[in-house]
Design a protein around this ligand. Sequence first.
Ligand code: SAH
Length: 378
Amino acid sequence: MAQSVKLNFSAPRRGLPPKHFADLSHDERVAKLAELGLPKFRAKQLAQHYYVHYTNNVEDMTDVPASARQDIQDALFPELMTPIKHSGTDDGETTKSLWRLHDGTLLESVLMRYPGRATLCISSQAGCGMACPFCATGQGGLDRNLSTAEIVEQVRNAAKEMAAEGGRLSNIVFMGMGEPLANYKRVVQAVRQITAPAPFGFGMSMRNVTVSTVGVAPAIRKLADEDLSCTLAVSLHTPDDELRDTLVPINNRWSVEEVLDAARYYVDKTSRRVSIEYALIRDKNDQDFRADMLGRKLHQALGSKVHVNVIPLNPTPGSEWDAAPKARQDEFVRRVQAQGVPCTVRDTKGQEIAAACGQLAAEERDEDSGDAKEPAGV
Ligand code: SAH
C-alpha cells in the first residue's frame, strides 16, 4: 500500500568518490593547482582538454609539462568510473553502458542516436528511493547519490563516443536511474557544466537538457528560481490523487494539484513548456475518463505551455503490468488532444537491452552462469 511505502530522501549510505575536476569551481581548481605549485592559467587549459576534447587522461594533454602530469592526474582526475559492459540494439543506434564506480556501485547510461541529434539518458543517483511500482530502478531502492563529477563523466564519455563516430552529443535527459531533484545541488551543478560555453562547459543548449522528476514540488520551484532554463519533465502518470498515490508514492507528500502549481511556477519563471510524462498501463491509467481529466487539468494549469509524452509501459521483471493496446493508446492520445493539449507517443528505444525508461537496474549479468548479481551494497 502506498502509505506503507518508505520514500528515501535520506543521506546516502556510503560516501561519495574522491573529488574530481568536475566537482570543483574554477577558483577551487586554481587553489588545487596552487597546492601543486602550478599557475592559475593551467585551470583553463585543463578545462579546454576536459570539456572540449573530452579527455581526462593527463598524459594526452601534451601542453601540460610532463613533470606535472602525474600530480594533476592524482589530484584532479581520479578514475571515477570503469566501463564494465557496453551493449547495443537498433542496429547500434542505441547503446547502454554499465559502469562500476569507485566503491563498487553500478551505474547505467543510455545513448540514443537519431538523424541529426543524439540523446544521452543519464543517471543522477545509483538506484532510486521513489519506489514507483512500475519502474525497475524503483524496486531496488536507493544505493546512493552520485557526485557532480559522476554525473558529468557520463556526459563526457558519451560526448567522446559521439565525436569518435563523427557525430555530436546534442541532448541530455535526466531519465536514467534516480530522482534528480532528490540530489538537487549536484544535478544543478552538472546542468551548469553541461550548458556552460566552452572551455568551462560542454556548451550544450539549455533547451536540450531535460530534468525529469516524480514531482518534488518545492524542488521544482527552487529549480525555477535558478538562472537556468532547462526543460522540465514531470512524471505525472495519472491526473487523480487516488491512483497517483499508488503509482507515484511521493504523491502522498505532494499532490497532483501541488505538482501542477509548481509546474505553473516553472513556466512563469522560465517561459519554457513543461513535458508531462505518462507511462500508459493497460487497465490501470488508460481509461477515457483519465484522458479527459488529464487534458482538462493540464489545460487549466498550464495553458499552451505543456506537452504530454505518452510512454507505452516497458516491461520490468516480475511485474504483471503491461502496455495499453495500440487502439486504446490512440484513443487516449486523441482525447488529450481534444482538450487542446499537445500529446504524442514517445518512440521507445532500447527495450531489447533493458535500456528503455524504467528498465535500468544496473544488474551485472555473469554471462557464463546466468546469475544476476545485486548491485554492491544493496
Ligand atoms: N525519477 C525521474 C527520472 C527517471 S525515470 C522521474 O520519475 O521522472 C524517467 C521516466 O521513465 C519517468 O517518467 C518514469 O516514470 C518513466 N518510467 C519508469 N518506469 C517505466 C516503465 N516501466 N515504462 C515506461 N516508462 C517508465
